[in-house]
Design a protein around this ligand. Structure first.
Ligand code: PHE
Length: 342
């Protein structure tokens, strides 16, 4: 084949190959194949030395023209292919801005936690600091250290789940009193919010798992009047300025005297309704002056110091305030229920 024929054949094969090139990447290889240092055009140049000297300038020019032709074909095709690739990506990855977005559901704080936060906030403001006690504790901290005699019937009222090694699930937050007296010297002014457990049949009104908040104040000359005024102040901040309280004698082994604090039914204002079971009053919490035996067990001299303590259930307050008919709702994780508490 003459050099001229080789040149023509190369052009034909280039045009042919270019027509089947459909990506920028392929075009790149095609370009290297023809125009690269070891490419086809370069090999044609090398053939020139086999031609007669008078043919050389003419054929050299033809090869150069071919090179320019191929170069410009490549440049045009590059622009075309790049545009095509952009177009196809735009179609493939197109977004429809008119489609509705994916709604993000915001989580909410559990109603029990909301109430705990509210109560803690009020009591922080009244000078109480927050302590947390263990949910799993020993017989001593839950009962004995709180002056529960080993076979006193009060223990039956707080039956719980017993674990191995003398451990149990605490039945109230009062265990924190005992731990705290061991660790700190008076004056002590603390609250302890947390989980409690009792071995009870689960029903609309009672559960094995619930929450309490404990509060206690130990110092010189703490009196029953301090307890009463603290309860009044606390309950009016929690339930509203106009709350009316009633103090009723009651028994807890770890206080003496002990009482229960009721408030005038916030729903019927005392005339009697379903919520207050037609008594006009709502039982809110248990309280009393810390029993000297409890102080002694905590290495605090009852001749020198006195204190008061109270404890209240959180579920009950939320139930009273929002008319929830069933305590089990708090632990069923039903979004329809939980999302009502914003
Ligand atoms: N711990 C008691 C209960 O769970 C409540 C209480 C706390 C009563 C502190 C008096 C003083 O019923």
């Amino acid at each position: 084949m003459s050099l001229q024929e080789l040149i023509d054949a190369l052009r034909t094969s280039f045009i042919q190959e270019l027509s089947t090139t459909i990506s920028v990447k392929d075009l790149d290889s095609l370009k290297t194949k023809y125009l690269g240092k070891k490419g086809s055009v370069q090999s044609l140049m090398a053939e020139l030395k086999n031609c007669s000297p008078d043919e050389r300038p003419h054929l050299g020019k033809i090869i150069n023209d071919l090179k320019e032709e191929i170069t410009s074909h490549c440049e045009n095709s590059l622009v075309r292919l790049q545009n095509e690739e952009i177009e196809s990506r735009l179609t493939k990855e197109a977004i429809d801005p008119t489609l509705p977005g994916i709604k993000q559901n915001l989580g909410r704080i559990h109603p029990i936690q909301q109430m705990m936060d509210k109560i803690v906030d009020i009591l922080n403001g009244m000078g109480f600091s927050v302590l947390t006690g263990p949910d799993v504790d020993t017989e001593y901290y839950n009962f004995e250290g709180l002056n529960f005699a080993p076979d006193h019937p009060a223990r039956d009222m707080q039956d719980t789940f017993y674990l191995e090694n003398d451990l149990l699930l605490r039945t109230h937050t009062s265990n924190v009193q005992v731990h705290t007296m061991e660790k700190y010297k008076p004056p002590i002014r603390a609250i302890a919010p947390g989980r409690c457990f009792r071995n009870e049949d689960i029903s609309a009104r009672s559960h094995v798992f619930f929450h309490q908040i404990e509060g206690f104040y130990i110092d010189k000359d703490v009196t029953f009047a301090d307890l009463m005024s603290t309860m009044e102040e606390f309950l009016s901040k929690l339930l509203g300025e106009k709350v009316i309280t009633r103090f009723r004698p009651s028994y807890f082994p770890f206080v003496e005297p002990g009482m229960e604090v009721d408030v005038r039914c916030t729903s019927c204002k005392g005339s009697g309704c379903r919520i207050c079971k037609h008594t006009g009053w709502l039982e809110i919490l248990g309280a009393g002056m810390i029993h000297p035996n409890v102080l002694k067990k905590g290495n605090i001299d009852p001749e020198e110091f006195s204190g008061f303590a109270w404890g209240m259930g959180i579920e009950r307050i939320v139930i009273l305030q929002s008319g929830i008919p069933d305590i089990r709702l708090f632990t069923q994780n039903d979004i329809r229920f939980l999302s009502q508490f914003t």
